[in-house]
Design a protein around this ligand. Structure first.
Ligand code: FAD
Length: 496
């Protein structure tokens, strides 16, 4: 079997993985940066809003308060202070590298002041990621179309991963590394309606879980309130610029639900839209109050044009869709997981920064800061030797099961959840059979099934409503805010 030896292995070339690669290489490490599709992949390239940086050091307490308020009791204050403080250093670093942020910061939902920096209007993620890839130093070897099928785990530590070139198990390759960083992004593909790209199947979280890492709060899935029928997103910044929500009767309704109206936190807006849709038959966003929509939001305008909709003449239909995972692989403030030499950063990780509900544009920021920290800590891991690698057979599911998984999740674990639906959903997911994967598509399906089971199990266990997680049978938050942890090694754990 082909083998490559490196110091740091990074799974995923979104913002977290790419920034970690630059950082690790600048510290002198040899890095392997691997993606299952092309380098420009994952959610990062689709990010429209931008990056939420505190305006200056005086703004850190206010940015922290907004983050804590959105996170509904589950934000780790210490971790958040360190991330927001380091944000200013990383902002300076990005500007020094040559990133051109737009001059005027934008106001987004849940922020008490304009502090979201865009890069080239609403194409921020695409421009940021393209720029980062242009900065990868020569010690970074990139591997495209290499599907991470399995982590190599011996003696309680991770020493690299097994990949399938072109997603084909008949073309295996091993990358051995002193440390491995998982930056494989989110899980949106387990839902039938999502803003996430096709890569977001939760692979890295499933791999880490199978080798014993603690994952937590997987039930905390944020639903973006304003999504078009084709999954295209109407950025929060549009509401910051004056767009309003109307029900089927043409009435503004957010005034009924929250004093911040259209700029209320995402969970409040998503649930309000859900209710108004049930009560009146549909919800629309009116973008006409925005001056110069075409120029300010070219991506939004383009998505609408693709659907044959003209936002300059009429309101356009929207609904909530799975958007962001607050939970993930549990890490400390440096990106270390509960397994030795295994690190995680970006959306795949759970640092405690987002709590039970992410504040708009805080995720690219977290990817930048935690990508750089994970790289630093990963390098501190001592050299390791592994004599032999015996790839196992990762589980697979029939690829047709993907549609079934998505439908089950849409029915039982979407914006509003309750015990009976969740229990039925868990049983239905359990009945989907697994076998050794014969392709990356089958392995992805098994990963989606495993993640879906953990989301539902977490949602059943969390008998309260908090942030993005709403249980109609437990509509209030419990008095003690707690994390829901899951670990493969424990009895009663979800298994493939
Ligand atoms: C439409 C949209 C708009 C958004 N807008 C904003 C915004 O304005 N501001 C903000 O802060 N956040 C925004 N977000 C959220 C943010 O974009 C993501 O949380 C963030 O980009 C995640 O970055 P990441 O590096 O963790 O993962 P990703 O960017 O998702 O990258 C994941 C990488 O992992 C690779 N990968 C996955 N599985 C495997 C495997 N098995 N083997 C090898 N490689 C694998 C993928 O190919 C990809 O390269 C938005 C998200 C979406 C979907």
């Amino acid at each position: 079997m082909e083998e490559v030896r490196t110091d740091i292995l990074i799974l995923g070339s979104g913002v977290a993985g790419s920034y970690a690669a630059i950082h690790a290489a600048n510290l002198g490490a040899r890095v392997a940066l691997v993606t299952k599709t092309e380098l420009l992949s994952g959610s990062t390239r689709w990010a429209q809003g931008g990056v939420a940086f505190p305006s200056d050091s005086n703004d850190i307490p206010s940015h922290l308060m907004d983050t804590i308020k959105a996170g509904r009791g589950l934000v780790d204050e210490h971790v958040s202070i360190t991330i927001l403080t380091e944000a200013l250093t990383q902002l300076k670093h990005l500007i020094d590298l040559g990133v051109h942020f737009d001059a005027i910061p934008a106001l987004e939902g849940g922020h008490s002041k304009p502090r979201v920096l865009h890069i080239n209007g609403d194409e921020s993620g695409l421009h940021l990621l393209t720029f980062l890839h242009g900065q990868l130093p020569s010690q970074v070897s990139t591997f495209e179309n290499h599907f991470a099928a399995e982590l190599i785990s011996t003696g309680g530590a991770v020493h690299g991963a097994v990949f399938w070139k072109d997603g084909d198990p008949a073309k295996p390759m091993v990358i051995r590394a002193d440390s491995t960083i998982i930056a494989t992004g989110g899980i949106g593909q387990i839902y039938s309606f999502t803003t996430n790209p096709s890569e977001s199947t939760g692979d890295g979280i499933a791999l880490a879980y199978r080798c014993g890492a603690i994952v937590r709060d997987l039930e905390l899935v944020q639903f973006h309130p304003t999504v078009l029928a084709n999954g295209g997103l109407i950025s929060e910044a549009c509401r910051g610029e004056g767009a309003v929500l109307l029900n089927k009767n043409g009435e503004r309704f957010m005034t009924k639900y929250d004093p911040a109206e259209e700029l209320a936190p995402r969970d409040v807006v998503a649930r309000s839209i859900y209710r108004e849709t049930i009560e009146t038959g549909g919800v629309f966003i009116d973008l006409r109050p925005i001056d110069d929509l075409k120029h300010k939001f070219p991506t939004v305008y383009g998505s609408l044009a693709n659907l044959g909709l003209d936002p300059l003449t009429e309101p356009v239909p929207i609904q909530p869709a799975a958007h962001f995972l607050m939970g993930g692989i549990s890490t400390d403030e440096f990106g270390a997981t509960s397994v030795a030499r295994l690190f995680a950063a970006g959306e795949a990780a759970s640092t405690g920064f987002h709590g039970a509900n992410r504040l708009a544009s805080n995720s690219l920021l977290e990817g930048i800061v935690m990508g750089s920290r994970a790289a630093t800590k990963a390098l501190e891991s001592a050299n390791s030797t592994v004599s032999q690698v015996e790839p196992g057979k990762p589980p697979g599911c029939e690829t047709e099961s993907q549609a079934e998984i998505r439908q089950i999740m849409a029915n039982c674990a979407s914006v509003v959840r309750e015990e009976k639906g969740l229990t039925n959903g868990f049983n239905d997911l359990s009945e989907i059979s697994t076998f050794p994967a014969r392709s990356s598509a089958e392995a992805e399906t098994a990963n989606m099934r495993l993640i879906a089971l953990m989301v539902v199990k977490g949602a059943l266990e969390r008998e309260e409503s908090r942030g993005s997680h709403y249980r109609s049978d437990f509509p209030d938050a419990s008095t003690d805010a707690r994390h829901v942890e899951q670990q493969f090694d424990h009895s009663g754990a979800v298994r493939d």
